[in-house]
Write a protein of this length. Structure first.
Length: 199
């Protein structure tokens, strides 16, 4: 077994990578989370892009543990807000990781924006850093922002994001449906060849 550190404490992100690897037929990687390794100083996310933040997190994790490390930075980029919240998505309301407050603020900002101007994209950059080098990939998932949250699945802005070609929010999709289409699913799929090369 080859250990790979996923530089996150989000169990849903870990499960997502597990499913993507399983679907790609990649066996022999054991995924660890930050809860499985000794604590280390994690640098704040100060990058201007998702790619910069993902790479910084993966580099920190690799430097601290010596393990091949995967990190992602993701968020929602709303057309009517000139691409914001973007890299600030997780702390849009001022408190990191408060999904309900972040979503409420976003909906408030879009209250008077008509349906045809509510376009958005979920964006995910994933980075892999290991002794053999660095790989950074990006996935995007286009859709629109709904008027109100719908569905109990997923996390973050999923309840208000309606993917292109769907009448259900991302929070109303099954995990398998979401993996096949989502920004993180797309990015992780692009990362599979680099992960397979670790074996």
């Amino acid at each position: 077994m080859t250990d790979v550190l996923v530089a996150s404490r989000n169990a849903k992100k870990l499960a997502e990578l597990h499913r993507v690897l399983r679907a790609a037929g990649v066996d022999g990687l054991r995924l660890l989370s930050l809860d499985d390794v000794p604590a280390f100083d994690e640098a704040p996310e100060t990058g201007a892009t998702f790619e910069e933040n993902a790479l910084a997190k993966a580099r920190d994790a690799f430097a601290a543990t010596g393990l091949a490390s995967v990190a992602d930075d993701s968020g929602v980029a709303v057309d009517a807000l000139n691409g914001m919240p973007g890299v600030l998505s997780a702390r849009w309301s001022g408190r990191h990781g408060d999904d309900a407050a972040n979503t409420a603020l976003l909906l408030g900002q879009l209250r008077d924006v008509p349906a045809e101007r509510r376009g958005a994209a979920f964006v995910s950059a994933c980075a892999l850093v290991h002794a053999g080098g660095e790989t950074v990939v990006r996935g995007e998932w286009r859709g629109t922002i709904a008027d109100a949250p719908r569905g109990a699945g997923g996390f973050g802005y999923d309840p208000v994001f309606v993917p292109e070609g769907s009448d259900r929010s991302a929070a109303e999709l099954s995990p398998e449906e979401k993996d096949a289409a989502s920004h993180r699913g797309r990015a992780l799929t692009l990362l599979v060849p680099a992960l397979r090369a670790l074996l």
